[in-house]
Design a protein around this ligand. Structure first.
Ligand code: S6P
Ligand code: ZN
Length: 185
């Protein structure tokens, strides 16, 4: 007799539910290398949550041929004039790509190639973003409510945070006259 199974996870009201979900948060105290204005950073409560990630990793890390799925939730806020954003990374296996699909809020996907050319794509509910391999990616919340998006990436991609943590992106996204602007550092 063939079996009919329940899915291991579900997305209910834009939140993941299920036993196999990994949850992490990133707070101001975890993001000291990331934001440009260190003075503004020092004035914020180090426990303030900047973003949370829920991930469903159905196979082991580094498995070739598998897929991972996650939702990132970036809270609204700024550090100085820089929007709350993710650390950003290249994939450890550089040529691995990824999809982002925005669920709610508004923001910007900031992309940088290995020659340090940086550009950005607007994110809003329904926007779908193909992140090519060899491209660092970071997301920023430019609105007044949570920005959340689905991500789908290969299970052997891995994350390389070191380059971004040391050198940043070549451009930063700032709030100028109430609007996002991508400027050279
Ligand atoms: C994984 C994917 C996302 C990010 C998440 C947090 O490849 O790109 O799930 O991990 O948006 O960003 P970061 O840069 O802190 O990993
Ligand atoms: Zn990624």
């Amino acid at each position: 007799m063939s079996k009919i199974l329940e899915p291991e996870i579900k997305c209910i009201n834009k939140k993941l539910e299920g036993n196999k979900i990994e949850r992490i948060d990133r707070r101001i105290k975890n993001l000291k290398d990331i934001f440009f204005d260190k003075g503004a950073l020092e004035k914020l409560n180090p426990e303030t949550i900047v973003y949370e990630v829920e991930s469903y990793l159905p196979v082991a890390h580094n498995t070739e041929g598998g897929l991972f799925y996650g939702i990132t939730y970036i809270h609204p806020g700024v550090v100085g004039n820089e929007y709350f954003m993710t650390k950003g990374h290249f994939h450890k296996i550089r040529n691995r790509g990824e999809f982002y699909c925005t669920l709610q809020g508004e923001g910007m996907l900031i992309l940088m190639d290995e020659s340090r050319n940086t550009w950005a794509e607007k994110m809003y509910p329904g926007s779908i973003h193909y992140i090519k391999g060899n491209t660092a990616h970071r997301t920023a919340n430019t609105g007044n409510s949570i920005l959340s998006f689905n991500a789908f990436w290969p299970s052997d991609a891995g994350h390389d945070y070191a380059i971004i943590s040391e050198n940043g992106f070549s451009k930063i996204l700032i709030k100028k006259d109430g609007k996002p602007e991508l400027v050279s550092r």
